[in-house]
Design a protein around this ligand. Structure first.
Ligand code: MFK
Length: 516
């Protein structure tokens, strides 16, 4: 009786010539030599130890115990040993730490993006706590008092698993996920800190040791009354602060990741940044988590594509391997092109982010970075769902059967356009970036200089559309078009950057044929 082998995980570093090529192009040889061993190790693990941990964590989702055996309220979230091992693995691999590694200088974010690109899609979404941890580190560096910073920052950036802590991000409340100005949680001064009272309706990676959150410190309306706070989730004796874990979310995907509803009953918290400036302070965090989200999208596309390619090289139908059927080969080529486009967009973003964080970005690069963060996050979130869906189809019925593990690719991808700002919210953020800093115009002007051939013609069309909308000054028309413009910019940027890499000509042509 015939039994078909399933797809096998491949070494995602060795198998990814586009990633290797981008790293050769964007990193000086000595920097690449310094980080290559870590990339090679994580690459090997995507077909071995990391892959196994991810599978185990997915098979054993978190549970919640409200009470211990004697009736004492404990609200303990139980996670699998694999989930805990993923934390240790993340620390040892220095996925967060690499972004701040001084010897890598302006290149640190590029090297980190490569590492995360390998890690994310095999990590059962452990990249989520890492995103928030990195973002918390950035907020502490940019906005916190020295004492708080010195207490927490070394533990967020350490590579020692025994010391490593992660951070959550408690922003969403019942009145608003996107509209955080509706936050109801209050903060009352208490000695040198505050006490928080309220309800947080969606908190991701809730087993993290700390969290950043927003709470109301004055009667000023909406987000002007909010300040940003750091919470250390457990007391010095290891007991949970005055927090009730009301429930765990039952989600479509990201099932290994604990996502909880919380009641804060006077939780100790330390203000970060100015009073009433909570949203701009936490926006520092959002820009980093949105960078991670873009890389996670690219990572998901790469992994789904690699599985589809592996399968096509072994599955036979109509007397030939799938990969030998011209139409299927074309579909796989399109998936490769979408994955490579996502990669180069992330690499451009990482390049700008690294330059900005090291204080060497020009004003123009700074404006481009402000525009590219929402563009990359929203474009790649949508692309990740499209690619995952197409990749599942490459397995026929098996792609729809839970026990193959394949449907998870699509279920997990579906969170990427939602969390950290939906496509529409980020399209409006792009308008905010344009109004305040000219962030969208800077992106389009740069594409006008860099795009060639038919891509350049398409960029000219986009530029004319934007100019005319801005000149009309009709806010309603601008908002209605914001998403179309944002997505178009994201696709044309990928086409442009792909064409700049002479080793990605095939992917560039395929990408352009799909999206022009
Ligand atoms: C693997 C990857 C994993 C990623 C981790 C996922 C785990 C987390 C799961 C979650 O999803 S947590 C919840 C995520 N929530 C969001 O992302 C919220 C989405 N909503 C928005 O982004 C809204 O646009 C926003 C809350 C910012 C709107 O708030 P406001 O107060 O109505 O905005 P307003 O008044 O326009 O801006 C207030 C200030 O913030 C302004 O500065 P000024 O006061 O100086 O004028 C803005 O310029 C500033 N600001 C807003 N967005 C900014 C920003 N500054 C810089 N960058 C931004 N993006």
């Amino acid at each position: 009786m015939f039994i078909q082998d399933g797809p096998r995980p491949v070494d995602l570093y060795l198998a990814d010539s586009a990633l290797q090529s981008e790293l050769r192009r964007r990193l000086p040889a000595e920097v690449l030599d310094a980080v290559r061993p870590r990339l090679e190790q994580v690459g090997r693990d995507t077909a071995g130890a990391l892959y196994e941990l991810g599978e185990q964590a997915e098979a054993e989702p978190p549970t919640l115990d409200h009470f211990d055996a004697w009736g004492r309220r404990i609200d303990r979230i139980n996670v699998s040993t694999a989930w805990t091992s993923l934390k240790d693995y993340s620390a040892r691999s220095g996925i967060v730490a690499m972004g701040y590694q001084e010897d890598l200088g302006v290149h640190a974010r590029i090297a980190q993006a490569a590492l995360l690109h390998l890690f994310s899609a095999s990590s059962a979404t452990y990249s989520c706590p890492l995103a928030m941890t990195d973002a918390a580190a950035r907020v502490l560096i940019d906005h916190a008092e020295p004492e708080l910073r010195e207490r927490l920052l070394p533990r967020l950036l350490t590579q020692d698993p025994a010391l490593f802590i992660t951070s959550g991000q408690w922003m969403t409340e019942r009145p608003g996920g996107s509209d955080v100005g509706g936050t109801e949680t209050t903060a009352e001064p208490f000695g040198d800190h505050h006490k928080l009272h309220g309800w947080k309706w969606f908190t991701s990676a809730t087993t993290s040791e700390m969290a950043l959150t927003l709470a109301r410190t004055s009667d000023a309306p909406r987000s002007r009354g909010l300040s940003c706070f750091a919470v250390e989730v457990k007391r010095i004796d290891g007991q949970l602060q005055d927090i009730h874990v009301d429930g765990l979310k039952d989600k479509l995907g990201t099932r290994a990741l604990p996502t909880a509803e919380l009641t804060l009953n006077g939780v100790e918290a330390w203000r970060i940044g100015e009073e009433g400036r909570g949203v701009p302070t936490i926006a520092t965090m959002l820009n980093i988590t949105r960078f991670y989200n873009a890389v996670a999208s690219a990572s998901g596309m790469r992994r789904a594509t690699a599985l589809a390619v592996d399968y096509a090289s072994r599955r036979e139908a109509f007397g030939r391997r799938l990969i030998d059927h011209p139409l299927h080969a074309r579909t796989l080529g399109e998936l490769e092109a979408e994955s490579a486009g996502a990669l180069v967009l992330c690499m451009e973003l990482a390049t700008l982010l690294g330059r900005s964080e090291h204080g060497v970005a020009t004003d123009e690069e700074q404006r481009r970075l402000r525009g590219l963060v929402p563009i990359a996050k929203l474009t790649l979130g949508k692309q990740a769902v499209r690619v995952a869906s197409e990749a599942l189809e490459c397995f026929g019925g098996a792609g729809y059967v839970e026990t193959t593990g394949l449907p998870r690719l699509l279920r997990d991808a579906q969170t990427l356009p939602i969390w950290e700002g939906t496509t529409n919210v980020l399209s409006l953020d792009l308008l905010r970036a344009e109004a305040r800093e000219g962030g969208l115009s800077a992106m389009i002007e740069d594409l006008r200089l860099r795009a060639r051939g038919p891509v350049a013609e398409a960029v000219e069309g986009l530029s004319a559309t934007l100019r005319s909308l801005l000149q009309q000054g009709d806010r309603v028309a601008l908002e209605r078009e914001a998403r179309v413009i944002a997505l178009r910019t994201g696709l044309l940027a990928q086409a442009t950057y792909l064409a700049e890499n002479p080793e990605l000509t095939e992917q560039a042509e395929t990408f352009a044929s799909l999206h022009l």
